[in-house]
Design a protein around this ligand. Structure first.
Ligand code: HAS
Length: 553
């Protein structure tokens, strides 16, 4: 078992979905408690398990956005390296150590959130002056160190493959995985410094001061690239697995896909200040420079839209689609693996457009810190990314378990309720934001809500009901596939193991592109970091009590 890649991949993916279960369960209950109609009808109801609102919100963000994604990405990256390089993984013991670290990190987060709900309710961005108990940061450190070891296993496997294939082009899927990991490693240095130098020592009582502005800058050095860390594995699936699953066979242009991966790798880190447009101490020049890079990193997503659109058009026409739009209707809408990814793409159209809206500094002042922002990111990470990961799960779980998916119909119902529910969630919460509803607020009890805000928050709770149904369908199918499915599956899986030989060799010169990525990150972050330190005269701004805030009444 310990030498078996199948177990390694399977346990990562199942643990990721275990984390998602608790996080995703909190979501619908938050929509209920933000709805004035629900609160009026059920004044004494509480959120189950994580009953304090900010504890539930922290569980939702940390488990979904940090643990679900990272554990899933580690597992799927192993799968891609193992199957595409067509050789055993190098460093399997290391990969198990990585798994244990990530799992212990996950358990630590559960323990601290359940035992110390008020102090650990620092949300997934964990900005000071909130300071959580040490176990919270230790859980995060274990997750990040585990993911670094996972990265090492992928690169060791690549290096062994390269020795055996000196002149071959890298297959597209591991190319995307490697670009993703390089970008992630660079970005995660920011959060590592923030946690190890500023937050964990403060939490342990070793230092008495901390610096919110420097922390925020370090967090967003990591925080924006990390959204592309979640997105790239979905792109890997759209570029390399979906063409097979949809009947197009290959992606329309592999070299263009490699350019898109490289652009994501290079332009993700020199962004981030677009999350801090409203912050003091950063000059408008640096805000403008980061806006340029924010728009640059959207370009590979536009390229992806064209490349995947053309690939799907080929698939649709192969299946008899005629005319300008006929190919859209002849997609495999009744196959949950394909439908999940297509629904994810449709969500990403609005998710992407709302991102571009956020990136404009003037408009950002209208939407920043309103519920518009969670509307945006539920279309991207809750829509495009999560739905694609679910599509991958429906594809990979039968292969890993050796049994067919328990119910295709249940899976289809799950995909469409998720797609419809999340679209409605995004629309209603976005409208509520425009009507002035702040994000991260238990607004169901607020006395100041306008009529429009009340209407949209009540509608948002209906999307919560639809999403709750979807979560139940998803987990019922997972459990039944694991324990009740009888129909055996002979492994099909991933077959594209050769890179397109026409791809220009320069695209695979990692040293060059890593150099460009590091140079750009250095160029656009150095002065904002210096300014952040100067703003507070070096860790002087804030005194806080390691005992945490006074208990809530
Ligand atoms: Fe974002 C805030 C800007 C993409 C996630 N974003 C967030 C937060 C999260 C997040 C979690 O500029 C909140 C953080 C917090 O807690 O404060 N975002 C952008 C921009 C993009 C973008 C410009 N975001 C993402 C992705 C995410 C994500 C991806 C997760 C995975 N975002 C912002 C800004 C803020 C922000 C500001 C700060 C707001 C504030 O004030 O706090 C772009 O990269 C988006 C580019 C995407 C596109 C869409 C391409 C469409 C495709 C689909 C093609 C469809 C086909 C259909 C082919 C241009 C690829 C085929 C046909 C069929 C038949 C189906």
């Amino acid at each position: 078992m310990l030498k078996n890649e199948r177990w390694l991949v399977g346990l990562h993916i199942l643990s990721a979905f275990f984390a998602l279960f608790w996080g995703a369960l909190m979501g619908p209950f938050q929509t209920f408690h933000r709805s004035p109609a629900f609160v009026a009808a059920f004044p004494n109801s509480t959120i189950p398990i994580f009953s304090y609102y900010y504890q539930a919100l922290t569980a939702h963000g940390v488990l979904n956005a940090l643990f679900f994604t990272t554990m899933f990405i580690t597992g799927i990256s192993y799968y891609v390296a193992w199957r595409s390089f067509d050789r055993p993984l190098v460093g399997i013991p290391l990969a198990w150590v990585a798994y244990v670290l990530e799992l212990v990190g996950l358990i630590a987060i559960f323990v601290v959130l359940l035992n110390d709900p008020q102090r650990s309710a620092v949300l997934f961005t964990f900005y000071p002056p909130l300071v959580a108990p040490p176990l919270f940061y230790i859980g995060l450190v274990l997750l990040v160190v585990g993911s670094w070891l996972g990265l090492l296993v992928v690169f060791l496997t690549y290096s062994a493959w390269r020795k055996e294939n000196k002149t071959a082009r890298i297959p597209l899927a591991p190319f995307g995985v490697m670009a993703n990991y390089i970008m992630y490693f660079l970005a995660s240095l920011g959060v590592a410094v923030e946690v190890l130098v500023l937050l964990l020592p403060a939490s342990l009582g070793l230092i008495q001061n901390t610096d919110p502005q420097l922390s925020r800058a370090l967090f967003w050095f990591f925080g924006h690239p990390v959204v592309y860390f979640w997105l790239i594995p979905a792109y890997v699936s759209w570029y390399t697995m979906l063409p097979m699953q949809s009947g197009a066979k290959r992606v329309f242009s592999e070299p263009l896909a490699k350019v898109a991966f490289l652009m994501l790798m290079i332009f993700s880190v020199p962004t981030g200040i677009h999350h801090m447009f409203a912050d003091p101490g950063i000059s408008s020049t640096w805000k403008a420079i980061h806006t340029v890079f924010t728009l640059m990193v959207a370009v590979p997503s536009f390229m992806t839209a064209f490349n995947i659109g053309a690939t799907l058009e080929i698939a649709g026409r192969n299946r008899g689609g005629k005319g300008l739009f006929g190919w859209m209707f002849t997609q495999k809408w009744s196959d949950p693996v394909v439908a999940a990814q297509l629904m994810g793409m449709l969500q990403f159209i609005t998710g992407g457009i709302t991102g571009l809206i956020n990136a404009s500094a003037q408009i950002n002042t209208v939407v920043h810190n309103t519920s518009w922002v969670p509307a945006h990111f539920h279309q991207t990470v809750g829509g495009a990314v999560a739905l694609t990961y679910i599509g991958i799960l429906y594809w990979i779980l039968p292969m890993i378990r050796g049994r067919a998916l328990y119910s295709k119909k249940m899976a289809l119902a799950q995909v469409y309720t998720w797609g419809f529910g999340m679209t409605m969630f995004g629309h209603t919460l976005g409208e509520a934001g425009l009507a002035g509803v702040p994000r991260r607020t238990l607004s169901g009890l607020s006395p100041y809500l306008s009529e429009a805000a009340t209407y949209w928050l009540n509608a948002n709770a209906i999307s919560g009901v639809i999403l709750l149904v979807s979560v139940i369908l998803l987990y019922a199918n997972i459990v039944l596939t694991l324990f009740a499915s009888k129909e055996p599956v002979t492994e099909g899986g991933y077959t594209v193991t050769k890179g397109d030989p026409t791809t220009p060799a320069i695209l695979e010169r990692w040293g060059l592109w890593i150099g460009v990525a590091v140079f750009l990150a250095f160029l656009v972050w150095t002065i904002p970091f210096i300014d952040a330190i100067n703003l507070t005269e070096g860790f002087q701004i804030l005194r806080y009590s390691p005992a945490g805030p006074a208990p809530l009444k």
